[in-house]
Design a binder for this molecule. Structure first.
Ligand SMILES: [Ca+2]
Ligand SMILES: [Ca+2]
Ligand SMILES: [Ca+2]
Length: 280
């Protein structure tokens, strides 16, 4: 698992919104409220931009925050979207639109694996947990946070957790494009970096009576020449030594074929790609 900090930049608004939402949801514990004045728009340690290509986006919102959600009485809770990586991808950025919370409220952004790839986060395993601060609260702007590149394949999750006060609503919500049934929430857990797995108090937000999609956008890219694990431009014996030194580990740069474990299959992939990396 990787821990880090800090954020970068904003996305420009893509549309002005003067919209008063009055019925997006009312759940027992999660409370979306309707009088928003949101004028909304809308350990790969040394990887460089040169190494990454084919950017992919995962999002289910339409770019405009219509409403927001918080925990009645305040507390720690998490909101999640599920995504699909059709090949071995590296998540390297997440955008979040924050509802009304105190400025610079601490929050956490998690990248989580779905071990059985069924899209249900009940078994989610945290790969990366990044502490950030909220920005542009209640503006509808999507705030971009750079994520330590995190290897994913198949189904994975991106989760935001936040500890907030009563009558605060940190999670931006898109209510105007229906429900893609890919937005989840979990309510009671002790650790902002470890949630879902082992805790039963979670579900699709549809099950909490909320129709919509979280205002989360995930950026990921494919790593060029993944067999060159030490990124020196050549696939050779030193890459095999690195793989052997990380034998048995899970997700990461030494897991060349992006399956569940660093093992002999990764060595075979290196042998198949032996020689200079094309284009590097
Ligand atoms: Ca699952
Ligand atoms: Ca190499
Ligand atoms: Ca492997």
């Amino acid at each position: 698992m990787q821990y880090g900090s800090e954020n970068i930049g904003l996305r420009r608004p893509v549309a002005a919104l003067a919209f008063l939402w009055i019925g997006c949801a009312v759940g027992a514990d999660l409370l979306p409220i309707g009088n928003s004045a949101a004028s909304a728009p809308s350990d790969l340690h040394d990887a460089t931009p040169r190494d990454l290509q084919l950017e992919q986006i995962c999002e289910y919102h339409d770019g405009a925050m219509d409403d927001y959600t918080g925990l009645i009485g305040g507390g720690l809770w998490g909101w999640t979207i599920s995504c699909e990586a059709d090949t071995c991808m590296w998540v390297n950025g997440v955008e979040v639109a924050w509802g009304p919370v105190w400025p610079n409220t601490p929050a956490w952004i998690l990248v989580q694996d779905d071990p059985n790839n069924d899209g249900d986060p009940g078994d989610a395993v945290t790969l990366t947990c990044l502490i950030v601060l909220t920005e542009q609260e209640n503006t509808g702007w999507l705030v971009y946070y750079s994520i330590p590149p995190t290897q994913v394949s198949g189904t994975y999750f991106v989760t935001v957790t936040c500890l907030h006060d009563d009558e605060q609503y940190p999670a931006g919500l898109d209510c105007s494009s229906g429900s893609h049934e890919t937005s989840w929430a979990t309510l009671r857990f002790p650790d902002p970096c470890e949630l879902y797995c082992g805790y039963q108090d979670y579900g699709l937000i549809d099950d909490f009576g909320i129709l919509g999609n979280w205002m989360i956008t995930v950026h990921s890219e494919v790593l060029e020449c993944p067999e060159d694990v030490d990124r020196d431009g050549n696939v050779d014996i030193t890459d095999i030594f690195h793989v052997i030194n990380h034998w048995g580990e899970g997700a990461g740069i030494f897991n060349v074929n992006c399956d569940d474990i660093v093992d002999i299959d990764d060595v075979f992939d290196i042998l198949d790609a032996w020689g200079p990396c094309p284009g590097i």
